[in-house]
Write a protein that binds this ligand. Structure first.
Ligand code: PGA
Length: 255
């Protein structure tokens, strides 16, 4: 038995109206399980676009809301950016260091480190994503890459601060490609990540490390059953209420 987190990363999808309808539909389905104590063991979290955060906040007692990005400065001349202070009344989590932010928008580990600092100092839980590319995996550098990312992203944080961070291992080659890491491949990296974090922050705290990369109803149970996998970060399969709900339903069998 374990607690799980299922997080939906909607990326640049869904209008405000579509986001509100999704929350309402999912809420209706989750209400069926209101009296099921196992539902309390699953944290359900959605990262909609910035524009929808305000409108979906508070729409369902079962669903937490997060922001897909934040800027590390509090305010100022940063055209197009959103600060933690602007979202903190409406979002509990912030996705930080997603591979699309790193690759398409050139975010560096140093930026990511500052974003984690900004989130933590405002009481927002950072969900930090790390993961290797296909070239890095094929060259045998998976552990080196994820280890280096952890070292740089977590530089300067205390054990207590690290204890507040949720992690996601997302092999870049598995994101949006339909190619999922096998449960064994994912577990191997999750176990490495757990050890690396424990080396820096001690073993006492419970770690929440999600797997992300083509998670769907057909493969979620095998992945989530692995010892060091505590949840999933879901892109494509979270855009449709049916498939996201199916993933929640299958996860209920594991908690
Ligand atoms: P995917 O995306 O489930 O569509 O592979 C996951 C992610 O990018 O977080």
């Amino acid at each position: 038995m374990k607690d799980l987190m299922l997080a939906a990363n909607w990326k640049m999808n869904k209008t405000v109206t579509e986001s509100i309808s999704f929350f309402s539909e999912l809420d209706i389905r989750l209400k069926q399980w209101e009296l099921n104590p196992r539902l309390d063991r699953i944290d359900i979290l959605i990262f909609p676009s910035f524009i929808s955060i305000y409108s979906v906040n508070g729409r369902s007692e079962f669903i937490s809301v997060g922001s897909q990005n934040i800027h590390f400065e509090e305010k100022g001349a940063f055209t197009g950016e959103i600060s933690v202070g602007m979202i903190r009344d409406y979002a509990e989590y912030a996705l930080i260091g997603h591979s699309e932010r790193r690759e398409i928008f050139g975010e560096t580990d140093s930026d990511i480190n500052k974003k984690i600092r900004a989130a933590l100092s405002s009481g927002i839980t950072p969900l930090l994503c790390i993961g290797e590319t296909l070239e890095e995996r094929e060259a045998g550098n998976t552990f080196k890459k994820t280890g280096d990312q952890l070292k740089e992203d977590l530089s300067g944080f205390s054990a207590e601060e690290i204890g507040k961070i949720v992690f996601a291992y997302e092999p870049v080659w598995a994101i949006g490609t339909g190619k999922t890491a096998s449960p064994e491949q994912a577990q191997e990296v999750h176990s490495f990540i757990t050890e690396e974090i424990n080396k820096t922050a001690g073993k006492e705290q419970k770690r929440l490390i999600l797997y992300g990369g083509s998670v769907k109803p057909e493969n979620c149970k095998e992945l989530l059953a692995k010892k060091d996998i505590n949840g999933a970060l879901i892109g494509g399969a979270s855009l449709n209420v049916e498939s996201f709900f199916a993933i929640i339903e299958k996860s209920l069998e594991l908690v």
